[in-house]
Write a protein that binds this ligand. Structure first.
Ligand SMILES: [Zn+2]
Length: 279
């Protein structure tokens, strides 16, 4: 948290309010927040915000200055937030970067993250391409059904860790992985090699539906996710299994939702989510 839908909501709000604005100042409160490009920070002063893109759980701000273009890439995965100035921050010591703008309805965008080391990168175009190639797999909202089937079927191992492996499929974290697998009737620990093409195609359709619906609902606010304008996501109300340990299965099969401990908790119905699905 944030995962893909939340990062997409963040990118859309920034695009709507700050696109075309001029960056008056890029303030970096601590050097260790920057993964790459710290020495280029003065370049950004006076540049114009030309694009706002989401990659996986990260947001890239593209700025132009005298025909050159550079990017500020902020990682949101797990704990990061980008907030407008008007939104009060609970722990202001975690605001590590401030971008102040002129010519926009929002005077400042702040990057807040209790995790610090290497969460922000200042990159040129080639640097961004290298960064994306190294860290991000296909985007769930852009990948075709055929490619998704091929990617899953050429892998081995358990299904849920594969869905959350950012270098293979970028953007799905623990919340959406649990929600997708319940809706698809697939056990988080099942072997990917046991999935039929038909099951993978069904999983793809559910993934597209759930992520798009979550974006329209403003994402899920679990453990303090806020959009840049301070609003909370409403998709949490649609969660069927995440955080629902002990509650009856939403399919009314008579079982209760169980929580399996692993590297990340899995929430599932052991009756509806079979370890060895047929067909
Ligand atoms: Zn069930």
């Amino acid at each position: 948290m944030p995962e893909l839908p939340e990062a997409e909501v963040v990118a859309r709000q920034i695009r709507a309010r700050l696109l075309g604005a001029r960056l008056r100042d890029l303030w970096i409160g601590r050097a260790d927040i920057v993964r790459e490009g710290l020495l280029t920070s003065s370049w950004y002063q006076g540049a114009v915000l030309q694009s706002v893109q989401r990659f996986g759980k990260s947001v890239a701000l593209g700025l132009v200055n005298e025909n050159a273009c550079r990017y500020v890439v902020a990682e949101l995965g797990m704990t990061g937030l980008l907030l407008f100035q008007s939104v009060p921050t609970k722990y202001p010591q975690h605001v590590h970067v401030r971008l102040s703008f002129e010519g926009a309805s929002e005077p400042e965008l702040r990057y807040w993250n209790p995790r610090r080391f290497g969460r922000l990168s200042l990159l040129d175009k080639t640097g961004l391409e290298r960064y994306l190639a190294r860290r991000f797999g296909v985007d769930p909202l852009l990948v075709s059904k055929e490619d998704f089937v091929r990617i899953l079927r050429e892998r081995r191992g358990r299904l849920k860790p594969l869905l959350m492996h950012q270098q293979i499929i970028a953007g799905i974290g623990n919340i959406y992985a649990n929600e997708l697998l319940f809706r698809a009737g697939l056990h988080p620990n099942m072997q990917v090699s046991q999935l039929s093409v038909r099951k993978v195609e069904r999983l793809y359709e559910i993934m597209c539906e759930v992520l798009q619906e979550a974006i329209l609902e403003g994402g899920s606010s679990v453990r303090d996710f806020f959009a840049p304008d301070g609003t909370e996501g409403r998709y949490k109300r649609r969660h069927l299994v995440y955080g629902k340990e002990g509650q009856p299965c939403p399919n009314r099969c008579g079982e209760s939702i169980r929580r399996l401990q692993g590297e990340r908790s899995s929430y599932l119905c052991s009756r509806c989510q079979s370890l060895r699905p047929m067909g």
